[in-house]
Design a binder for this molecule. Structure first.
Ligand SMILES: [Fe+2]
Length: 257
């Protein structure tokens, strides 16, 4: 299985068009945050990714939920676009013998140790808190913590099913402290970006774990699992006309499992 991997295109910052399809690939993996709102992301995927004629595997990122209710189904625009959305209602699909297991993931706010200060930082700083609804109120860190616990348990259950062939896990939020901006100096902000799921990697040894969300490029091994993050991130133009974004973004990153 050869998969073209990217995330966090944030096409609302500046428009993005995919380069020509790399040769001999079997699937396109986009690990969330094409833009703000499910409809906008599904529309971009429909126009730019689906016409490449390959399975497009998508995970909703936190930005995809902006303007939406966390607990209301969001599959419809992706299904209408011909995208293979992996989510809590359908976390697994198999393509050419390779199993893909995925969900948004969210976080447990514990990666830096102190859950209370990580949740306080999130309440003040994460745009999710102002942009995602639960019923008639805004989302809370408790909602996201509970959602993380459910999705983590679901990933564990899916991974525990035997599969004869490689497995790739796809999440939006990061599964390992080494995915963070500074893996050695953790602070309360890190709790909104990653959780430590190394125990799942050790127990089930997926060949790869693709994620997004951090806007920093990562490609490392945790024992048998290759952890890959290839985010474009928002591209912003400075007053002098200089464009800044994630310099590590590789437009045609292909992983093979
Ligand atoms: Fe994100």
């Amino acid at each position: 299985m050869r998969a073209w991997v990217m995330s966090d295109l944030h096409v609302d910052s500046t428009m993005y068009r995919l380069p020509p399809t790399p040769p001999e690939i079997d699937a396109i993996i986009i690990a969330g945050d094409v833009t703000d709102g499910h409809e906008g992301s599904a529309a971009w995927l429909s126009e730019h990714a689906v016409p490449r004629g390959l399975p497009v595997l998508y995970i909703a990122g936190n930005h995809d939920f902006f303007g939406h209710d966390l607990r209301v189904g969001f599959e419809e625009p992706y299904e209408a676009a011909g995208v293979t959305l992996l989510h809590a209602g359908r976390p697994t699909t198999t393509i050419a013998g390779c199993r893909f297991v995925g969900a948004t993931l969210w976080t447990d706010y514990r990666v830096a140790g102190d859950e209370g200060s990580a949740r306080a930082w999130a309440r003040l700083n994460m745009p999710d808190m102002l942009s995602i609804d639960v019923g008639m109120r805004r989302v809370s860190t408790r909602d996201l913590l509970e959602e993380h616990a459910r999705q983590r348990a679901l990933l564990e259950l899916e991974l525990s099913n035997p599969h004869d062939g490689p497995t790739v896990v796809i999440t939006h939020h990061a599964p390992h402290p080494r995915s963070l901006r500074s893996p050695v100096q953790l602070d309360p902000s890190d709790g909104s970006f990653a959780s430590d799921l190394a125990d799942l990697m050790d127990a089930f040894e997926p060949a790869a774990w693709v994620h997004g969300h951090t806007h920093v490029s990562r490609d490392f091994y945790h024992n048998a699992t290759r952890v890959v993050c290839n985010p474009r991130g928002p591209v912003l133009t400075t007053k002098t006309g200089r464009r800044i974004g994630n310099a590590g973004f590789i437009e045609k990153l292909v992983i093979e499992v």
